[in-house]
Design a protein around this ligand. Structure first.
Ligand code: SF4
Length: 474
């Protein structure tokens, strides 16, 4: 930090884009051209950070209070519900805070990072946790995309175009044609894919990933001798997954089941807005405790909010998708202090930082170097993914706006011209979407989408995971 300017990392996804944030009465975003992950470029979400960073206030049962009071009240409620407390940290905070939180979870309840690592064979955990350097994407001869790069991880588009310029062929396996792809296949046509040892598969791994689909992608790469890399949605997903790889943890689906059964009564979310992921389960909690640096949909529902500095003011370490160690930009340790109050101990930043470096396998936080990570071989997992059998599908394209619950102006569904004609939809009009009796009317946009699919980059409230069977009408 120099003056009122913080050199920081965008919290929108794990791509690790660097930028400057200037506190000038209001927040301003500036481009940081020296940033190795993005060379200064930012996507729509990165440019929206002044909206994202709305400061949070500490609250207990609707009453505004101090951070210390909120942390003490959280400590009381966690102790009184010991045995039925769950701790969730998706990877939106520093490694040091995540590690302190993990220690707290070990003494009181169960830790969740949101992903189902435990449901996947141990020999694939490292492959899922740490991606390959972006320079390897640029150098690949054949890239196979199982993501929508424009919508989900926008700064990867630059790397893909550079690879293409060097002669790479790009195959996209998606519900809609990708302008940069040389070959567009649909998810049901994966068997037509021609992979070789020169191919690189790019997919993503997140709390709503279908485990069988992840296994089948790993097997696809393994059987062809191809490389595979997984992108991730939270600023420190990679750090959180590495630090928690050996921690006892359950899946998000298990957490929802435990809340519904009443075996989890208190949920403590560290920088994790999961309102989008489990809206019904959250309403059943006796205590929802949220520790965060900014206001979001979940702070409005929480019984206790422990509010401290936002990410760009924190001291600590972030690990981006390539495994690059980055600093969030500030000197604040308010989050660690709050966790110490709750744990009844003091978390020392320096000793946590040393542990983090050891566990990650780095000696310094140097964003200009990609450390050498072990890339162990793995056995091809057996997968039993089966295609959905519904006639019309609503496919959610998870993107930074959706994960962080930030309002996005792109409020429409995409569908094909054939669907528009079949339903006799009117230009500039809407389409009606029906799921189990819930009826919604949405604006639509015509795009080269598979004929039985509606794509949405915004949660519309009827989703049941990444794919929801629906009925549509005019
Ligand atoms: S690609 Fe990800 S990290 Fe980069 S600006 Fe967009 S949301 Fe932020």
């Amino acid at each position: 930090m120099i003056g009122n300017v913080y050199s920081t990392i965008c919290p929108g996804c794990n791509f690790g884009c660097g930028l400057y944030i200037r506190e000038n009465g209001e927040l301003e975003v500036d481009f940081r051209k020296s940033s190795p992950a993005n060379a200064g470029k930012l996507c729509r979400f990165g440019m929206s950070l002044p909206r994202f960073y709305t400061p949070a206030r500490s609250i207990v049962d609707g009453r505004e209070t101090t951070l210390d009071e909120a942390a003490k009240e959280a400590a009381k409620r966690i102790s009184s519900t010991k045995g039925s407390v769950a701790f969730l940290s998706l990877g939106n905070t520093t490694c040091e805070e995540h590690l302190a939180f993990q220690k707290l979870a070990e003494s009181f309840g169960s830790l969740y990072t949101g992903v189902e690592l435990g449901a996947l064979p141990g020999d694939v955990h490292q492959t899922l946790s740490v991606g390959i350097p972006y320079s390897e994407i640029e150098a690949a001869k054949h890239i196979v995309l199982f993501i929508d790069p424009y919508e989900q991880y926008p700064l990867i588009v630059r790397r893909l175009l550079l690879a293409k310029k060097k002669g790479a062929k790009i195959t996209s396996i998606w519900w809609k044609d990708m302008p940069l792809a040389d070959e567009n296949l649909r998810p049901a046509d994966t068997s037509k894919l021609q992979l070789t040892g020169d191919s690189l598969i790019i997919a993503d791994f997140h709390p709503l990933s279908d485990t069988e689909q992840v296994k089948s992608l790993l097997a696809l790469a393994k059987n062809a001798g191809a490389k595979i890399t997984f992108l991730k949605p939270f600023v420190n997903s990679t750090g959180a997954y590495i630090l928690s790889m050996d921690a006892k943890q359950k899946s998000l689906a298990q957490l929802i089941e435990d809340i519904n059964k009443g075996t989890i009564k208190t949920l403590f979310c560290l920088e994790s807005d999961i309102l989008e992921l489990m809206p019904e389960a959250i309403a059943k909690l006796t205590n929802l405790i949220v520790q965060t640096g900014q206001e979001s949909a979940i702070t409005k529902k929480a019984h206790i909010v422990i509010a401290h500095e936002p990410l760009y003011k924190k001291r600590g370490t972030l690990i981006n998708n390539e495994g690059r160690a980055q600093a969030p930009g500030g000197a604040g340790t308010g989050g660690l202090e709050a966790l110490g109050t709750i744990a009844g101990t003091k978390f020392d930043f320096d000793s946590l930082h040393e542990s983090v470096k050891k566990m990650i396998g780095i000696t310094a936080v140097d964003e200009f170097t990609v450390p050498a990570y072990e890339r162990p071989t793995y056995a091809a997992p057996r997968a039993t993914a089966k295609p959905p059998d519904a006639k019309i599908l609503l496919a959610s394209v998870y993107n930074p706006f959706m994960w962080s619950g930030l309002a996005d102006d792109n409020d429409f569904v995409e569908l094909s011209l054939n669907m528009v004609r079949a339903l006799k939809l009117l230009k500039g009009g809407t389409v009606k979407i029906n799921y189990n009796g819930s009826l919604l009317e949405k604006k639509f946009k015509v795009a080269p989408v598979q004929d039985n699919v509606l794509l949405t980059g915004k949660r519309i409230g009827i989703e049941k995971g990444a794919i929801t069977p629906v009925e549509v009408s005019r």
